[in-house]
Ligand binder design. Structure first.
Ligand code: SF4
Ligand code: SF4
Length: 698
């Protein structure tokens, strides 16, 4: 077989099998492109009517994300089998894109060759795409088998969310397989025809799909080859345009939208979306309606999210609310909104919109069930955002006075007393002022005459909850041990407002924040330390113009390194420790290593990792106002988490958040593990193990 170094452009020279039907191909092209343009234009209508979203800044950073998350498929390997399949299919599509375009043009211009792809380059490209088409075809076969035989649980659609999506998924996979087959047959028939006519034959990649088809066709009669060549071309062209126009009606729309969705993805994922983009806090009182109430209240980027979801189920697979049977599955937050968009913005006729979403496609419980843990966003390969949407929906409910009964009292107390328990402000420093504690560690309450370098921002739960005050005292003793000049705000400190904001009470949050900012500024401190990851998150993300903030685990890790903190060995050699990553320290702020480094620095401490740890940590049940909310659920999140710790072989759960401590200690009791499992805060453990003067240091 002689090697021909030209590419597809030789078709016209070899055979005129396509030439006679050029007008037909041209008509299909025009119709296909026109239909696609019309469909996309219709899909853009709700985005044009949507709320603003400022996503046009930092083009280089955004491009970097496109390279990482779109081209680099960064998140896909988190699911090994599905991820590998997707990477292979994606790479195949990228390689085949130009080939598909070239093949389409060849129908109307037989000698067309992509500039720069004649000669040897074109030949090498043809060989690569022979393999790419083969790999994509095989991946389709494997994907269909997975869907039909292995049926990964995360693809299932619970009855309350409608019908299974399997048929649609199989149909789309089959269409792509047909596309690959048609392309390969087109090439194979051409090569077999060239051979029979004694013309130079293109060299097809050995063992590829086109190569195998060519081998099978070598002895076929010439007219049959002509029909196959023409038929394969027609099938390719029709399938290509059908797919192009069908994709915007379902999950495959992400093929078109994913690049844009990733480019416009939030750069600072941890920062909560403002109530309205472009409206400053001072002008919020002029805003007529807060939050999302109708579909059109979503921002255009959030609508693009809805179009871009690939229905892979990874978000819901990692959502703790979904895992414990709460009425929330993030995947269906998206799918329901997309179905709504398709239904209310039809291809023909007028848009039928502005229906309330709560009570329509979403239930109140569904939206209140989210702990804002961020597991869904961490997992999504297409960077679909959930927390902002859920908070926006909550803002809408709050604006309508639609507040769950159990939250009304704590919200009122926050308004009147600055804490959700309704306790007196003057009692806020009681944990530190107890005479027996003052003998061990003097904690200053900052004021005009009483300054310090560092503020320990305590926050409500640690200041008022009897059990959590132990975390406050341990934190103070650690700061004292390392010689830090620190103090607290006492009665001048109000709740940080972290959960208030995430529960949609923006104006109340602003009042709490402004009060605290004034108090912090008046204290003259240069640094803030907190033992509460929720306070840490809101002080760093939602507050402005305050000194730098650190979580106590970061301070301890740095003082262990500096040598100021040394540890005594653990006494009970039978204890096996595991570290539970609080969502707002780990996933939201990437503080994963410091707490682990501290634990590993304690001599004799045996530590194991839970199956779900670090960025896949499983939420304990949520903090702040979530403690007051009574969700419908089959099991407590904390119980599931405690069981995970037991499965890992641990009998001590260390965490670094007072809310995690409430949930985990409670879950130990509910799970019947009292006496077998204990929980301790990192600060408490460090305080217990610190080698103080006169004690033996490791
Ligand atoms: S933030 Fe957490 S609880 Fe909320 S939807 Fe996402 S995974 Fe579920
Ligand atoms: S939102 Fe993301 S993770 Fe969830 S189903 Fe869609 S693509 Fe998958």
């Amino acid at each position: 077989m002689s090697v021909m170094v030209e590419g597809i452009q030789s078709v016209g020279q070899v055979t005129s099998w396509l030439a006679a039907e050029r007008p037909l191909f041209l008509v299909i092209h025009i119709l296909g492109v026109a239909c696609f343009a019309y469909i996309v234009a219709k899909r853009l209508v709700p985005l044009i009517r949507a709320e603003r979203d400022l996503r046009f800044d930092q083009p280089l950073a955004r491009l970097g994300r496109v390279f990482k998350f779109w081209l680099g498929q960064w998140k896909h390997p988190r699911y090994k089998a599905a991820g590998t399949l997707h990477i292979l299919i994606f790479a195949g599509f990228i390689l085949l894109a130009m080939r598909a375009f070239t093949v389409l043009i060849v129908g109307v211009s037989p000698n067309f060759v992509m500039p720069g792809f004649s000669g040897r380059v074109g030949h090498i490209y043809d060989l690569i795409t022979d393999y790419a088409a083969t790999v994509v075809f095989l991946c389709m076969v494997v994907a269909v088998i997975r869907r039909l035989v292995f049926k990964p649980a995360r693809y299932a659609v619970p009855a309350r969310y409608g019908k299974a999506h399997t048929a649609d998924a199989i149909f789309l996979l089959a269409l792509i397989a047909i596309l690959m087959l048609a392309d390969s047959l087109f090439e194979a028939a051409k090569a077999a025809g060239q051979a029979q006519q004694g013309q130079p034959v293109e060299w097809l990649a050995a063992l590829s799909l086109p190569w195998m088809l060519q081998v099978a066709l070598l002895s076929a009669p010439l007219p049959t080859l002509g029909n196959l060549y023409f038929g394969a071309y027609l099938l390719h062209e029709v399938t290509f345009y059908f797919l192009l126009c069908y994709r915007p009606f379902g999950i495959q729309f992400h093929v078109e939208t994913s690049l844009f969705n990733i480019y416009f993805a939030k750069l600072d994922r941890e920062a909560l979306k403002p109530v309205k983009w472009g409206i400053s806090d001072e002008h919020l009182d002029q805003v007529k309606s807060f939050g999302v109430k109708t579909f059109e209240d979503f921002t255009w980027k959030h609508m693009l999210d809805f179009y871009s979801c690939a229905d892979c189920g990874r978000c819901s697979d990692n959502c703790p609310a979904n895992a414990v049977g709460r009425p929330l599955s993030p995947r269906f937050i998206t799918i329901k909104a997309r179905d709504y968009a398709f239904q209310h913005y039809p291809m023909f006729g007028k848009a039928n919109n502005s229906k309330p979403l709560i009570g329509g496609i979403y239930s109140e419980d569904e939206i209140w069930s989210c702990t804002t843990c961020g597991a869904c966003e961490e997992e999504c390969p297409l960077l679909v955002e959930y927390i902002d949407k859920i908070v926006d929906l909550r803002r809408g409910m709050i604006d309508d006075g639609n507040v769950p009964q159990s939250l009304q009292k704590p919200l009122k107390a926050l308004e009147s007393r600055g804490n959700p328990y309704g306790k007196m402000e003057k009692k806020k420093a009681d944990w530190a002022n107890a005479p027996e504690f003052q003998q061990v560690c003097k904690v200053k309450t900052l004021g005009k005459a009483n300054g310090a370098n560092t503020l320990y921002f305590v926050d409500s739960i640690t200041a008022y909850d009897d059990r959590m005050q132990s975390i406050g005292r341990a934190t103070a003793k650690i700061l004292d041990h390392v010689g830090e000049d620190f103090g607290i705000l006492g009665a001048a400190e109000k709740d940080s407002g972290h959960e208030v904001r995430r529960f949609g009470e923006e104006l109340l949050f602003m009042a709490l924040r402004d009060h605290n900012v004034d108090a912090i500024k008046a204290s003259g401190v240069r640094r803030i330390v907190t033992s509460d990851p929720h306070a840490y998150n809101t002080l760093t993300r939602d507050y402005k113009d305050i000194p730098p903030v650190e979580h106590i685990s970061q301070v301890i890790a740095s003082e262990v390194k500096s040598g100021k903190i040394k540890f005594n060995p653990v006494e009970n050699g039978n204890s096996v420790y595991t570290y539970h990553d609080p969502c707002y320290l780990g996933r939201h702020n990437q503080v994963y290593d410091d707490p682990r480094d501290v634990l590993d620095a304690i001599p004799g401490l045996k530590r194991v990792e839970m199956g779900r740890s670090r960025d896949r940590s499983f939420c304990c049940g949520g903090g702040g106002l979530m403690l007051f909310y009574e969700p419908k659920e089959e099991q407590r999140m904390g119980v599931k988490r405690v069981q995970m710790a037991a499965e890992a072989g641990a009998n001590v759960i260390v965490t670094a958040c007072p809310f995690c401590m409430v949930n985990i200690e409670d879950a130990i009791k509910v799970a019947g593990l009292e006496g077998k499992m204990t929980a301790i805060d990192l600060a408490e453990l460090v305080d217990k193990q610190i080698a103080r003067e006169g004690q033996e240091a490791a």
